[in-house]
Design a protein around this ligand. Sequence first.
Ligand SMILES: CC(C)(COP(=O)(O)OP(=O)(O)OC[C@H]1O[C@@H](n2cnc3c(N)ncnc32)[C@H](O[C@H]2O[C@H](COP(=O)(O)OP(=O)(O)OP(=O)(O)O)[C@@H](O)[C@H]2O)[C@@H]1O)[C@@H](O)C(=O)NCCC(=O)NCCS
Ligand SMILES: Nc1ncnc2[nH]cnc12
Length: 293
Amino acid sequence: MITTAARGVERPVLRQAQIAPNVSAIGAVAADCLIKELETWPKPGLVSHVDNGSHDDMDAGTFRRSAAAIRPYLQRLADAGALGCGMGRLRIIGLEAERAMLAATSGVNTHRGAIFGLGLLCAAAGAKAGGLVDSGLPLGDVVARLWGDSILDGPVLLHSHGSLARRRFGAGGARIEAASGFPSVYGIGLPALRRATPVVPEDAEAARVEACFALIASVEDTNLLHRGGPVGLRFAHDAARSFIASGGVDAPGWRARAQSIHDSFVARRLSPGGSADLLAMTLFVDAHERPIP
Ligand SMILES: CC(C)(COP(=O)(O)OP(=O)(O)OC[C@H]1O[C@@H](n2cnc3c(N)ncnc32)[C@H](O[C@H]2O[C@H](COP(=O)(O)OP(=O)(O)OP(=O)(O)O)[C@@H](O)[C@H]2O)[C@@H]1O)[C@@H](O)C(=O)NCCC(=O)NCCS
Ligand SMILES: Nc1ncnc2[nH]cnc12
């Protein structure tokens, strides 16, 4: 269950080391976050540079091709944000990105959730870099403020796995996450990433593993619901919570424990794709909003 900040909750305006990169760099930064997400292991049930997790139709190469194909669209979303475009225009670019992704992967859905969430964060970074909103506003608040209502009012995909999971289990999914200003990113992913970074400063992958497990422990992931129903979601929450509760990447032997949880997801064919996308979004927000030490 998503348990963090509700829609409309204000976050403090941040002092930032870097207010926002140049608009023209935003797409490249975002695509790099997709690659960093891929190159994080062990990630329970998910595809990485090491193995295919619970998937037999995609591997690291599929994700690399997908990230390269959508990178220009992430940049176009940033440019559209800088120009003050509304949700109608963003949605058109997002749908074009989905088509480019499917062409690059021979029809496999690698990054639909990331195109949506990371794409909106790119547009928000563009709006900030273009001076359209207060430069101290967190990117999530910019998304909620500028496009939150239109996100909730947008056309619903009747037959997507997410829609089916929502109808059967009442899950919120990617739309609620975005319209609420990404509470899972700000309330779960980012604190876990930053908590783990000083623990193992030379091992950036370890901090990403910590953030990934923290997200899986709380997010109502429609992929888990689609593949495993409420029992699968509960299993994933409990397994990831036990990893964090026993010290996460700060505890000796953490990598072997993370790998054994990864194996247990693969045995059940569970794949928390929504949490993987939220990890990439966490990395993007971290790159934009790193506090001054
Ligand atoms: C608004 C849309 C996101 C509509 O999508 P949908 O109705 O499908 O909604 P959700 O299920 O809620 O989310 C879509 C994807 O988002 C990821 N996700 C899941 N849970 C969450 C969550 N709690 N918070 C955030 N994000 C979440 C997840 O994406 C990942 O999984 C994808 C693979 O999923 P799937 O196809 O179900 O599974 P497969 O493995 O392919 O199937 P099997 O093998 O199991 O049979 C992968 O893409 C990851 O990225 C959800 O799938 C949106 O799509 C939409 O309206 N788009 C239009 C464009 C637009 O408006 N863009 C705006 C500007 S960019
Ligand atoms: N690494 C990954 N494995 C499986 N599904 C994903 N969706 C986004 N990233 C993913």
